[in-house]
Design a binder for this molecule. Structure first.
Ligand SMILES: Nc1ncnc2c1ncn2[C@@H]1O[C@H](COP(=O)(O)OP(=O)(O)OP(=O)(O)O)[C@@H](O)[C@H]1O
Ligand SMILES: [Mg+2]
Length: 176
């Protein structure tokens, strides 16, 4: 409740009511002026499931799968594995097969972005566009994405903090 007649307040049958929102709000806001008290419980975070279908029939690659596990499981809070090699050698299938084998390690979701680094038909995705794609994958609506890049990064970090997620960036041209 705010001051009588202060900015943002409305008059209802029960008197002056002022609504305030703190923190980010995504989606609709319901104004319930005359109800009295409204308790809003935080909505559950989106659990993205963006991986393309599991590749079948997958054969071999056991040393490579073991190498990915060595890098990605159990060492640090954040781990990065890079799979590189010439076109068609099996990079995407390896990444997806490993991901599906270990889905249980990432209960908070899996994000997948095709950066089109080598696509003859699509323009390579720049880092800023990829960040927007990741935010949308995390449930942020296009209108909820901040315009400022630093704010976008901050929102992304906030949304993935403390969550066990797998993020697959396919067809990256380089490290940046
Ligand atoms: N382990 C595997 N078992 C069976 N087939 C495979 C395996 N890995 C790859 N393939 C076959 O090779 C094809 C190319 O694999 P994939 O798309 O993973 O290559 P890539 O290295 O990601 O290629 P690009 O560089 O063009 O993205 C697959 O469509 C599949 O037919
Ligand atoms: Mg590929």
């Amino acid at each position: 409740m705010g001051e009588l007649g202060s900015p943002g307040s409305t008059r209802s049958a029960g008197g002056w009511v002022r609504n305030e929102n703190t923190g980010p709000v995504y989606g609709s806001v319901v104004q319930a002026g005359t109800i009295g008290q409204v308790h809003l419980t935080p909505s559950r975070p989106v659990v993205p499931r963006q991986l393309p279908a599991a590749p079948e029939p997958f054969t071999g690659r056991e040393p490579d799968l073991a190498a990915l596990s060595e890098i990605l499981i159990g060492h640090a809070e954040h781990s990065v594995a890079v799979i590189h090699g010439t076109g068609g050698i099996g990079k995407t299938w390896l990444a997806l097969h490993w991901a599906y084998r270990h889905l249980d390690l990432f209960p908070d979701g899996q994000l997948f972005v095709d950066l089109h680094g080598f696509s003859p038909s699509a323009k390579a995705m720049d880092a800023r566009t990829a960040l927007r794609a990741l935010l949308e994958g995390l449930g942020v609506t296009p209108t909820g994405i901040p315009t400022d890049h630093a704010a976008q990064l901050g929102l992304y970090r906030s949304l993935v903090a403390g969550r066990r997620m797998l993020i697959v960036l396919d067809n990256a041209m380089g490290r940046r």
